[in-house]
Design a protein around this ligand. Structure first.
Ligand code: 26Y
Length: 824
């Protein structure tokens, strides 16, 4: 019967207009006569939101009714970007909105551009979580995301005098995409002490007492699937003082200020996203965030399970929880605590439930990114959890000792507790021990974790606990939304937009690689996308670049291992070469625009130095009359998801040039190829599988292999090591002050010349520059280039996050999609 009362919402242009206008006039209380673009955005967003809510409610009812297993994706980061364009496309009514907005006097692009990015993430890990949500909804899985509702997302980056400056990102002013659920809250405890006693019935009782209580309030964000009525839920927790804490007693006894201070302290927990990416700093507030979010999510999940009135032994038939890196590892401990201390289960029974519920995804092998928390810190903040961690460790080590009685060293190596001063809890080890599956995010990476950082655990558990799920990206946002013309051209060739749901259908493009007309259109679309980026550069940077030049793009977080320094040294090398040429020689060159973008963690000084160098090189090169159009160096400020949607479709070549063995997967590499760009890359992360899929002739690979990295590093210190002479010339050029104050860049150079060149910039420099020359040559043959471009796109089907989510569902979560046929 509820169906009768659930209208489907608008479907025509006129209905859309009347809905949007109604919201502008009533919800926003604005007159249509002074409706600006922001008001038009708000009205449009609210109209689409209403439409989503209907399907969202139905989806939640359907999923509760079906009573199947659900997946919960725990991630401290969800880098969602903008929601409106995505909602319009997923619902399939973008054209309706376009026409309706045109009637009202607006261009849809301008309206879409009003929206503030939801930037609750740093980079790859957070964006992966967002792609996963899109796929889970599109594939009709009953899946929820759980995260934190940061008041401040990732900072906004400005460049002043060539330096990065961080500006707070207060993004919640007007956010139509979230729904506060004041009725859904969880009280979360911190500090206090543990009281163990035997009760009247002779039962051991453990009680965690006298802590400080902070309340978690749920904010729900609808996640629409593409071409399906499924709208899943992303639940974000916000912290506030518990009503018990911020209470009248304090007010009345004259402690107004201290009551306000309590309130602020509580709110601080969800105030800000930590801006470090792959760099662990061990801050207490971050641990508080982690526990706050894990506890709230687990209590919510358990509450939902208990409504089903099933036995505890059925918990993992109903619930799968995926840990996005080790950030949510405390969820393992919290579930054990709920089951043992609160629900009265025996330890072993509880532990079986816990380990069959969790899966853990590792995203890095970099030692500086592996989380460790000091024992005293946990002891103080979460005294009961520390006891449970010790108990988990004890049981685990006893089982290891039984199986490997002669290997005393092994026990120390696999212990959750590192015997340092102070002692540290190794979160990755806890995550492995508490999960039934551990996965890496690309083949090489999954092999590396088994042979390096988690080697001993392969010995203990056998190889089957460890698996690979190669990352993917959603083709809805990264092809259809970011590159609508290419998507349309593809659809026109292969007959429908079905490829957006089954990306392997792209292979139907291959027969057209020799179709002249098709190739021409393909090239025109790339050119139009470059013109659009050139316009963006013109408006944001104030100078023009030639869209006919080869666009060479590296956009990602700035990190030494990602080697933006290799790129900029290569640019300087090119600049020096141009300067030394005759005008005749210069005429033969392929003009190039080198585009950089990305944020540095505020405390990562070396990364900031790299940004500074890129900007200084740009200042000099871009105004050098000898160079003209032959080389331009652009640093795009504040790289984020919505800017990526403009940048990615405009590349001819993108750079994925990490030191082999350091980039777990990379996902922007997939986005660039899917948009018809070529890659220059090392044999690292998913570059390897991309090569396998698209063919070696369609990618520009260079550099040392991961298996040789260790020996090379050793050689830097103990061999007859010399820095590459061409690179030395680049350093001399910098040291001469060509790009301003040479002292500013000293550390960048000495890191390579004197301190062992950990990232092998010198070792790979030759091969990098030679490969760049090959690219210039290849680019001259535009016809062959377009062939490569089309062939590559046709072979990218594997890299959809749909494939990836199906693999997780089959091999780790053991869940099936829900049938929605009746609803269609
Ligand atoms: C511990 C804390 C400081 C921390 C915070 C963020 C540690 C790591 C991160 C983020 C890591 C991250 O983004 N990793 C990236 O994950 C992508 C998705 O799997 C990979 O494609 C990419 O190679 C990897 O660097």
């Amino acid at each position: 019967a509820w169906k009768k009362f659930s209208p489907k919402g608008f479907t025509t242009k006129d209905e859309f207009e009347s809905e949007a206008v109604k919201h502008i006039e009533t919800t926003l209380a604005r007159s249509l006569f002074n409706c600006d673009e922001l008001a038009a955005y708000s009205g449009t967003a609210l109209a689409f939101r209403d439409r989503l809510i209907i399907d969202w409610n139905k989806t939640q009812q359907r999923q509760s009714f079906a009573d199947q297993k659900r997946l919960y994706y725990l991630s401290l980061e969800f880098l969602m970007g903008r929601a409106l364009d995505n909602a319009m496309l997923n619902v399939g009514l973008k054209n309706v909105a376009k026409d309706g907005l045109a009637d009202l006097g607006f261009r849809i692009e301008d309206i879409i551009a009003q929206e503030h990015d939801a930037a609750l993430g740093n980079g790859g890990l957070g964006r992966l979580a967002a792609c996963f949500l899109d796929s889970m909804a599109t594939l009709n899985y009953a899946a929820w995301g759980y995260g934190l509702r940061y008041r401040y997302g990732i900072f906004k980056q400005e460049i002043q005098d060539g330096y990065q400056v961080e500006i707070p990102d207060y993004w919640l002013d007007f956010n139509p995409w979230e729904f506060p659920r004041h009725d859904v809250s969880v009280d979360v405890q911190f500090y206090g002490w543990v009281n163990k006693y035997t009760n009247d019935e002779g039962k051991q009782i453990v009680s965690w007492q006298d802590g400080e209580i902070v309340t978690a309030t749920a904010y729900d964000v609808p996640v629409p699937g593409y071409g399906t009525p499924t709208v899943n839920n992303l639940r974000l927790w916000s912290s506030k003082a518990s009503s018990g804490e911020f209470d009248f007693a304090k007010f009345n006894s004259g402690e107004y200020e201290s009551a306000v201070a309590d309130e602020q302290r509580a709110e601080t927990i969800s105030a800000v996203l930590y801006p470090n990416d792959n760099l662990e700093r061990g801050k207490e507030l971050r641990l508080k965030q982690q526990y706050f979010w894990c506890a709230a999510s687990l209590h919510d999940i358990v509450r939902r399970f208990k409504k089903s009135k099933r036995k505890w032994s059925e918990f993992s038939d109903q619930v799968a929880i995926q840990l996005n890196d080790t950030h949510p590892t405390l969820a393992i401990v919290e579930l054990q605590r709920i089951l043992v201390d609160m629900e009265g289960l025996g330890w072993d029974e509880a532990w079986t439930i816990v380990t069959s519920t969790f899966g853990y995804t590792n995203h890095t092998v970099l030692p500086e990114a592996l989380e460790k928390w000091s024992v005293p810190l946990i002891q103080n903040l979460l005294p009961r959890h520390l006891q449970i961690i010790y108990e988990i460790n004890l049981q685990f080590l006893q089982s290891v000792e039984k199986r490997f009685p002669k290997d005393r060293d092994l026990l120390g190596r696999v212990s959750i507790i590192e015997e340092s001063q102070p002692k540290m809890v190794r979160m990755a080890y806890l995550a492995i021990i508490g999960s039934h599956k551990v996965n890496g995010v690309a083949e090489l990476h999954s092999d590396l974790i088994k042979t390096t950082i988690f080697k001993d655990f392969v010995k203990v558990y056998g190889p089957d606990k460890f698996t690979n799920v190669t990352n993917g990206i959603t083709p809805r946002r990264w092809l259809h939304q970011a590159n609508p013309r290419l998507s349309e051209l593809i659809a026109s060739k292969i007959g429908s937009y079905e490829f957006l749901k089954d990306l392997t259908l792209l292979n139907k493009l291959e027969p057209f690689v020799d179709d002249k007309e098709f190739k021409k259109e393909w090239a025109e679309i790339k050119y139009a996308n470059k013109v659009r980026l050139a316009q963006h550069i013109q408006t944001t940077k104030g100078y023009s670049v030639n869209p006919k030049a080869l666009f060479d793009i590296q956009v990602k977080r700035i990190h030494e291992y990602k080697r933006q320094q290799l790129n900029i040294f290569g640019v300087i090398h090119r600049y020096m070469a141009i300067k030394s040429m005759s005008p005749e020689e210069r005429k033969k060159l392929v003009p190039r625009v080198s585009v950089f973008g990305g944020k540095a963690a505020p405390g990562y000084w070396m990364a900031k130095t790299i940004i500074h160098l890129i900007n200084k090189v740009g200042e000099v090169v871009n105004k050098d009359p000898d160079v003209g159009d032959l080389l331009k160096v652009v640093f795009l400020e504040d790289y984020n998801v919505s800017k990526a949607e403009i940048i990615v479709p405009a590349s001819d070549i993108s750079e994925h040039i990490s030191t082999a063995g350091t980039e777990a997967s990379g996902t922007s590499n997939m986005k660039f190829v899917l948009n018809g760009g070529m890659i220059i890359g090392t044999l690292d992360g998913a570059n390897i599988e991309i090569t396998r899929e698209i063919g070696e002739q369609n990618i520009f690979l260079f550099g040392n292999l991961s298996e040789d990295v260790e020996d090379l590093r050793h050689h830097h210190f103990y061999g007859d090591y010399k820095v590459n002479p061409e690179l030395v010339k680049v350093f001399d050029c910098i040291k001469k002050g060509t790009f301003g104050d040479e002292g500013a860049f000293g550390a960048l150079i000495s890191g390579i010349v004197e301190h062992g060149d950990y990232y092998l910039v010198s070792d790979d420099f030759n091969s990098y520059c030679q490969t760049q020359d090959l690219i210039d040559e290849a680019y001259k043959d535009q016809d062959a280039w377009v062939t490569k471009s089309i062939t590559s796109v046709a072979r990218m089907g594997f890299f959809t996050s749909d494939r990836c989510i199906n693999e997780y569902a089959d091999t780790i979560w053991n869940i099936e999609p829900l049938d929605v046929a009746e609803e269609k």
